[in-house]
Write a protein that binds this ligand. Structure first.
Ligand code: B12
Ligand code: SF4
Length: 473
């Protein structure tokens, strides 16, 4: 019998992202019950990170090539199985995980195992990845991975794979979950209906990674995928699109056709949904439970400074009210510290949250991700607080230490006002109130707010250390 080529697809826990503040990685001086609670929550956060499987690797693992067997290794839950006779290890690299990815890649290559790197960080910074890989895959790999596996089976792996055109999403590509250990995750029902974004918010690089034109999958394929997925897993669906209502007509047709399936789902949307009554109604009837909306800023000057132009500040509150009235809970994400913000901004954010009764507010500071326009601008203006060359050293979490100097507010005052803001937004009283007030999924809203009460407390520890250092230098 001929042994199949064994391919591991690796997803890493990140040193950034939803794993919270720097205090998660060490002792933070707490004692007694707080110390015990911190430790438990710290482990939970590090392990789960919302525990959603990586859709990228589900897609790659679904590509069947004769003579090749693929397995997803999610290192949030297991150690890398070094003792297995792998022929190739593919690692998905996001910027916040790049240092860890390189460490693993170097170790594997040292043992003689060929390593292929792919994912957003490879697409943005191939030069930083090249020394750590036998092979790089640039951009979306839906077609390239098949070619690479055929080359592997033929013993002719190349050093770089790239195309000039992104994959045609109209082509039917069934996603299988067979390479996943589904019991580990909160849900395995992840679906992406399209890629690309026509907007150019300067703190985001989706338009660089996936292009400026919205490319959609066929509605019939999506309906089939929902039918197939819901047969095995009745848990909630997550539509990972950056903006599920980017094309209202498309969304209207898709979600009308999903009503008979009786699924529950959440996704990411723009608040303009509040002005799209037919679509809003269809979302609610098709089982939409919650949406993440990027409010970013309620200051028009900040929105203009960062090119957040797809909806208007003065329409935000009315839209949020309309969406919540239709029974959909909202996670609204703000960024404080943008270029139009002043020390009056926190009070305005507090009023806005109280006025709209937003279910889960996310109060972030700007994380200037390398490769974005804002990163370049802050670098040119000399406002970054870290060496911009060390791209893997940047951290992108909710709100730990500041990575740059705000434009209008001196850094120490900013840190104090941000800490004060998160203290006022996140406390047990507000968590219970928001849980009771939520238009749906009350328990989840309560849980999230309690979780953030803890997380933002940890982030305030980091900020107070940063403030201390600033004052002593
Ligand atoms: C859903 C999502 C999440 C979810 C789930 C993440 C998960 N665990 O899967 C949540 C909410 C948890 C999340 C968290 C974060 N996210 Co996020 N997230 C996304 C989002 C919206 C969709 C991801 C997705 O499933 N895409 C669909 C798949 C098919 O696309 P893909 O991942 O790019 O994969 C393709 C290629 O990259 C390539 N590829 C990927 N991996 C590999 C591996 C190999 C071997 C090969 C060959 C190819 C390859 O082929 C794939 C198929 O074409 C993207 C934006 C986007 N449009 O992609 C941001 C995005 C991936 N997130 C991003 C960030 C910054 C974060 C956070 C750090 C945010 C934060 N401040 O907390 C955390 C990180 C936590 C973590 N450990 O993942 C950035 C990453 C930027 C970068 N340079 O790395 C993105 C691109 C958004 C952005 N604004 O730029 N995220
Ligand atoms: S933040 Fe959203 S709307 Fe803005 S460019 Fe990124 S994906 Fe597009």
């Amino acid at each position: 019998m001929v042994m199949k080529q064994q391919v591991a697809l690796v997803f890493l826990p990140s040193d950034s992202g939803v794993d919270g503040a720097r205090s998660l990685y060490g002792e933070n001086g707490a004692s007694g019950l707080t110390k015990w609670l911190d430790k438990g929550i710290r482990n939970l956060i590090k392990k789960t990170q919302f525990a959603i499987p990586p859709l990228s690797l589900m897609i790659l693992a679904s590509i069947e090539v004769a003579g090749v067997e693929q397995r997803i290794c999610d290192l949030r839950f297991e150690e890398f199985p070094f003792d297995h006779p792998w022929n190739l290890v593919g690692i998905s690299v996001q910027t916040g995980m790049a240092a860890r990815a390189f460490e693993l890649a170097d170790r594997l290559r040292h043992q003689g195992l060929p390593v292929v790197l792919g994912g957003p960080h490879v697409t943005m910074f191939p030069d930083s990845c090249r020394p750590h890989a036998d092979c790089l895959v640039h951009g979306e790999a839906d077609d390239l991975w098949e070619k690479l596996l055929l080359d592997l089976a033929a013993g002719a792996l190349q050093a770089e794979y790239r195309t000039t055109e992104p994959p045609d999403l109209q082509r039917h590509r069934p996603v299988s979950k067979s390479a996943l250990d589904s019991g580990r995750y909160f849900t395995t029902n992840l679906i992406q209906t399209g890629r690309g974004c026509p907007y150019q918010c300067d703190f985001c690089n989706v338009h660089v990674l996936n292009g400026r034109v919205l490319r959609q999958r066929r509605i019939a394929d999506l309906v089939d995928e929902v039918a197939l997925f819901s047969r095995d897993d009745r848990r909630i669906f997550f539509f990972v699109d950056d903006s599920i209502n980017a094309d209202p007509q498309f969304a209207q047709e898709l979600f009308s056709r999903l009503i008979p399936f009786g699924i529950r789902w959440f996704g990411q949307a723009t608040t303009t949904l509040g002005q799209q009554p037919l679509l809003l109604d269809t979302f609610a009837r098709s089982g939409c439970q919650a949406l993440l909306v990027g409010i970013e800023s309620i200051e028009t000057s900040s929105r203009n400074a960062h090119r957040k132009t797809q909806n208007r500040a003065e329409e935000l509150a009315g839209n949020i009210r309309a969406i919540r009235l239709r029974g959909i809970s909202l996670y609204g994400s703000f960024i404080y510290g943008l270029d139009g913000d002043t020390l009056d901004t926190p009070a305005a954010i507090l009023d806005f949250i109280a006025d709209t009764r937003l279910d889960v507010p996310g109060i972030n500071t700007l994380r200037p991700i390398p490769g974005t326009k804002v990163f370049e601008r802050l670098r040119e203006e000399g406002r970054l607080l870290f060496d911009p060359e060390e791209i893997t050293a940047f951290r992108y979490t909710f709100g730990q230490e500041m990575l740059y100097r705000p434009k209008n507010i001196p850094l120490p005052e900013f840190i104090e006002s941000y800490s004060e803001l998160t203290r006022k937004v996140f406390n047990v009283r507000n968590a219970i109130k928001r849980g009771i007030d939520a238009p749906g999924i009350k328990a989840a809203v309560l849980f999230f707010n309690l979780f953030y009460t803890h997380l933002y407390r940890l982030s305030r520890n980091d900020l107070s250390h940063q403030l201390e250092t600033l004052r002593n230098t």
